[in-house]
Design a protein around this ligand. Structure first.
Ligand code: CTP
Length: 210
């Protein structure tokens, strides 16, 4: 099978020296890429800026902004069997990029924000979807309700939820706890484990879903 995986954060530039981003380390997405490769699958890994080595044998596409990630995903859909969108894409970007460094003597700047394009929703809305679509939901409350809403709203086949408010789990951590939601089925809990072990279990479940 061929996996397309997005991982890591995006960076939305404000001026030549500043950007807005988030705490995603990319570890979960890279672990899924490695587990898919280890299971003999082909992997296109579309990655935001992270401090992780490229998994050997992955076809790497490196991007910085949400717009670049959107374009890279849409340019790499041919032949994929499953898209796993694990990246923490910025939901908003500055309406304008200041080509000059914003100087503090001008006072605290007011930055206008505009939404980025939702990559997951754009794939869910494709008229002919010949691949499985898997989204992630990083939540701090109402995990199941929010995950199931995402399943519907973004037209995914699967949403994998994790509680990012739990201490020592999720963002930047080496461990996670995941619940897999499919429409009309109760959630499948993958209890706390290393991201590598969770990725192995996930790849097994996802590749059996054909
Ligand atoms: N995602 C995406 N493109 C975006 C934003 C999110 O592809 N511009 C994907 C993420 O990769 C992940 C899922 O959507 O698979 C996460 O959605 P999230 O950002 O949590 O959800 P939102 O619907 O933006 O909602 P909320 O802020 O309400 O949680």
């Amino acid at each position: 099978m061929k996996f397309l995986i997005t991982a890591g954060p995006t960076r939305e530039p404000i001026d030549p020296v500043r950007y807005i981003s988030n705490r995603s380390s990319g570890k979960m997405g890279y672990a899924i890429a490695q587990a898919a490769l280890d299971a003999g699958h082909e992997v296109v890994l579309i990655s935001g800026p992270v401090a992780l080595p490229a998994p050997p044998r992955a076809q790497m596409v490196r991007v910085t902004t949400a717009d670049e990630m959107y374009d890279a995903v849409h340019a790499n859909l041919v032949g994929i069997d499953i898209a796993v969108l694990c990246a923490a894409v910025a939901d908003f970007k500055p309406a304008a990029f200041s080509p000059h460094k914003i100087k503090k003597k001008l006072g605290a700047p007011i930055i206008e924000w505009v939404p980025t394009r939702d990559i997951l929703a754009s794939l869910g809305a494709l008229p002919e979807k010949y691949f499985r679509l898997v989204g992630f939901a990083a939540e701090t409350e109402d995990l199941e309700k929010n995950a199931r809403e995402k399943l519907k709203k973004k037209q995914c086949d699967v949403v994998i939820a994790n509680d990012v408010s739990a201490p020592g789990l999720g963002f930047e951590s080496d461990e996670n706890e995941l619940t897999i939601y499919l429409p009309y089925q109760s959630g499948i809990v993958l209890p706390r484990a290393s991201k590598g072990d969770l990725a192995k279990a996930l790849v097994k479940i996802l590749s059996a879903m054909q």
